[in-house]
Design a binder for this molecule. Structure first.
Ligand code: NI
Length: 164
């Protein structure tokens, strides 16, 4: 188990467009394992490779329903229906905002062996998938949040919580 360092806002890796992952060998397997370990240790629900300084289109998500590994993920469909709720990021510790996302998305990706996989996400999973795929293009939630929460709101209740 290797915990990697998570870079924070200000690190240029977070603003780069990542390259496709074109090799599916032991290095990718190790990266995915380290990313999952790092995400769980930090108690996050997702982590993208640029957050550990690797500029490749690789991400992991686990919202408590099992680990999803995504290589070269792409959102191929998003619902018109939206959700509006709180969102944070391991690269922006202590900050949360209200972010609008599609209620449902369909993602095409590859697994660690290069096999095609399809992931359907609704609600919080859709939010997490969108958030991680955004990272691969250098986008962060602060770029398109409706508003940023105050420390009191982060600890407490906001109206948007009721819709989740
Ligand atoms: Ni993030």
């Amino acid at each position: 188990m290797a915990i990697r360092n998570i870079v924070e806002l200000g690190d240029e890796a977070l603003r780069k467009v990542c390259k496709p992952q074109d090799k599916f060998g032991i290095r990718l397997a190790l990266l995915l394992k380290d990313m999952a370990d790092t995400m769980y240790k930090a108690e996050g629900v997702g982590l993208a490779a640029p957050q550990v300084g690797i500029l490749r289109r690789v991400a992991v998500v686990d919202i408590g329903e099992g680990l999803i590994e995504m290589v070269n993920p792409k959102i191929v469909w998003a619902s018109e229906e939206e959700q509006c709720g709180r969102e944070g990021c391991l690269s922006l510790p202590g900050r949360q905002g209200v972010v609008r996302r599609p209620m449902k998305v369909r993602v095409l990706a590859q697994d660690r062996h290069g096999n095609p996989i399809e992931i359907e996400g609704e609600g919080f999973l859709a939010r997490a998938l969108c958030h991680e795929i955004d990272h691969l293009d250098g986008h962060l939630w602060i770029d398109h949040a409706d508003r940023e929460l105050t420390p009191e709101e982060i600890e407490g209740h906001i109206p948007e919580d009721d819709a989740q």
